[in-house]
Design a protein around this ligand. Structure first.
Ligand SMILES: [Zn+2]
Ligand SMILES: [Zn+2]
Length: 119
């Protein structure tokens, strides 16, 4: 599942990213169903399959969360940290949408490298 999500992070274009995310959300989709447990409650609606495993539930939560993040903040706001060799995922929630590093530590490391390259 983490591989599926990383493929979304690494998608080369917005369209491919949306396509991969749509595939995942289709797999995670659940249908409401009528259920009768044979007790006094009688027939009622369940909004998802009882047999859904925790990983499936997590998949849908993560996919929908990612989709909401991208559509509300911008399709480009998901990438890898630019401070090689770090490959952490950067979920960009900054105001200007230009977060390039996963952490202050990586940002500092990249700044030191740039400084050295200038000299
Ligand atoms: Zn029930
Ligand atoms: Zn990093």
């Amino acid at each position: 599942m983490i591989d599926d999500w990383l493929a979304i992070v690494d998608a080369p274009s917005d369209r491919e990213r949306a396509g991969l995310l749509n595939e995942q959300m289709a797999k995670a989709a659940a249908y409401p169903r009528l259920v009768d447990h044979g007790d006094e409650e009688g027939w009622h609606l369940h909004y998802r399959d009882d047999r859904q495993s925790l990983p499936q539930v997590l998949r849908s939560v993560i996919c929908v969360g990612t989709a909401l993040h991208l559509t509300t903040r911008g399709m480009h706001r998901l990438r890898r940290c630019e401070a090689a060799p770090c490959t952490n995922v950067v979920v960009d929630t900054t105001r200007n949408g230009r977060q390039r590093y996963c952490s202050v530590r990586c940002a500092n490391r990249a700044a030191v490298r740039r400084h050295r390259e200038r000299r």
